[in-house]
Design a protein around this ligand. Sequence first.
Ligand code: ADP
Length: 651
Amino acid sequence: MAWGGGWGGGGAMFGGTSASNGLPFGGIPSELMTEATKLLASEPAHAPSNLTFTQRPSEKEHERLTLPQLLRAYPRWVVSGSLLVIIISLILQGGPLLTELAINKGMVKHHHSLAVIAICGLLYLALAFASALLQRVQVSVTGKLAARVMHDLRIRVFTHFQRLSLDFFTEEKAGVLMSRMTSDIENLQQLVQDGISQFAMQGLTMVVITAVLFTINVTLAAWTVLLVVPLLFALTVWFHRASEKGYLLSRDRIANVLADLSESLYGIRVVTANNRQRRNIRNHRHVVGAYRDANLYTGRVNAIYGPATITIGILGQGLLLGIGGHMVLEGQLNLGELVAFFLYLNRFFGPIQLLVQQYNALQQGRSSIIRLRELLEIPPAVDEVADAPDLPTIDGRITFENVSFGYHPDHLVLHDVNLEIAPGESVAFVGPTGAGKSTMAKLANRFYDPTSGRVLLDGVDIRTVTLRSLRSQLGVVPQEPFLFAGSIRTNLGFGRTNITNDEIEEAIDVVGLRELVERLPDGVDTIVHERGQTLSAGERQLLALARAFLARPRVLILDEATSSLDLHSETVIEKALDRLLEGRSAILIAHRLTTAQRADRIVVVDHGGVVEVGTPKELLRAGGPYAVMYNAWLQSGGRDSTRADVASDDA
Ligand code: ADP
C-alpha cells in the first residue's frame, strides 16, 4: 500500500522529465534503479495508514481540551521529564554547599587542608558536568514531548475542520483559522517545550534554596526572608498587574495593526482607485502609533521592575553583611555558612526574574489553549445519528417537504418549500440574488439541516443515513471550481479512488477537454494550479464537470459559473453538461437563462419560497414572473451579458 502510494506520487513527478524527453513514463528509469533501491532500504517503512474518519467525533475528541488532557497521552515522557527537572533543580544548588564545606574544613584556622579543597573542587566540577548532561536529556525529552503533543493537536484541529460546515470557512475566517493553526499551536509548543519545565525548575529552585537557608541557620534565614521577601513580593505583584495590562493592550493593538494591514493589502485596488492612499497611511499611522504606545508602556514597566529587583537584592546583601557579620563575631555563624548564604541569596533573585519573564509565555499559552478549545467546541452544522445506516443506491428522486430554514434560528431564509424532482429530471433554479437558490441546494446536499420539514432522497429522510453514503451519491460542481496542486489526472480523480486510465480518457472526451489536454506539455500529467500552469475559467469549469462525471453521482448539484465565458467555451460547456446530465437528476442553479431554458423544468425562487414551477414552455405561456424575466432578457439583447438573477432584479 505504502509502496503503491509512493510510486504513484513519484510517477507524477518523473512523468514531467521523461515525457519532455519524448519518452513515455514506464516506471523508474534503469539508471536510477540502484539509487532508488538504496534509498528505499534506508527509508523507514511507513506503515500503510489505516486512517478512518467519522463524522461523529470519538469519545476522546469530545473531551475538553486542556493541557493535562493533551499531556496524558504520553505519561512516560511526562514522568521522566518531571523527574529530570527535580533532580536538576537539586543538583544545581549543590555548589554553595561545597563552597561552605571547602571554607570551613579546608581554609579556616586549624582546618587547613588542600585535600578537602581539591575534593570539593572536583565534586563541584562533577556536579557541573552532571547537570549539563541531565539538562541536555531533559531538554530533549520535553522537546520530543512537545513535538508529539502538538502533532496530535494539529491533527485533532484539522480533523475538526473537516467536520465543520462549509460556510464556516469564509475567507475572513480562513485567516483566523490559519493563525489558530500557526501562532496558537506554536505558543503551546513553546510552553510545553520550555515554559512549563522552566517554570517548574525556577519554582523548585526557590523552594530548595529557602529550605537550605533554613537548615544552615534559622535565625539568619528568618531575617533574610522577613526583610527581602515582602518587598520582592509587593514589587512582583505590582509588576504582574502592570505587565498584564501592557500585554493585553499590546495584543489588542497589534491585532488592529494586522487587521488594518490585511484590509489595505487585500483592498489595494479599491484603495488606489478611490485615491485613498493618503487617508490609508494616516489611518495606519494611527494604529501603529497606538501599538507603539503600548510597547512604550511595557518598556517603562520593565525598566522599573528589573533594576528594582536588583536593588532589593543588593540591599539584602548589605543587610546580610551586617546581620551575618555580627552573628559571626558572636559565634552564632561560621564563615563558610555566611559565604554560602551570600551565594544562595544571589541565586534567589534569578528565578524570580525568570519566572516573571516566563509569565507572559504562560499567559499566551493559556489564551492559546482557550482559543483552540473554543474552536474545537464549535459543533458541526450537521451531525450523524448514532448507528446510521448507509443510503442504498438511489434512483434520484429529490423531495423538499414543507422545508423551512434559517442560518440563524430567528431569521428564516426559506419558508415552507415544497418541491419534487423526479429521477433523471434536471431542474433549474432561477430567481434574484439572495432568493434562496443556493440555500436549497445546500439543504439537498445536507450541508445544513432544515429548521422544520424534511428533505428526502428516494423517500428517505437524508438526516437518517450516513453522510458518507449520502454524499457519495451526490455530485457537486461549485461556482468556482477549485483545483488542487497536482496533475490534471489527480484533480480529475479527486472524487474517487481507483480510477482507470480509460475512464480518465473517456471523461476528457465527454466534457470536451481533449483539445486542452493535447495542447498541454505533459497531457493529463501536467501539473496545474502549482507553478503557474493556470487554466482559463472555462477550462476550470470543464475540469470540474469531468471530475463530477468520473465520480458518477446519482444526483448532480451544479452552481453555474457567473463569470461570463466566451461563446466557444460556453458551447463546449453546454455540450458537456448535456452529457453529464444524461440519466441523472440535477439541480442547476442557473445564472443564465440559456441554461434554464435547457432544463426539463424551471423553479422560480423568490424571497425564500418557490413562486412558479413548470417546463420552460409552460412558464413562458403562463406569463408569470419567469415570462417577465425572459422577455426582459430578450429585449436587452438576449445572450450572455444578462444574467438570470440580475434580470429578475430589474423586472
Ligand atoms: P441565492 O443563491 O438565491 O442567491 P442564497 O441561498 O445564497 O441566495 O441566500 C439566501 C439568503 O440567505 C440571503 O438572504 C443570504 O444573505 C442568506 N445567507 C446565505 N448564506 C448565508 C450564511 N452562510 N449565513 C447567513 N446567511 C446566509
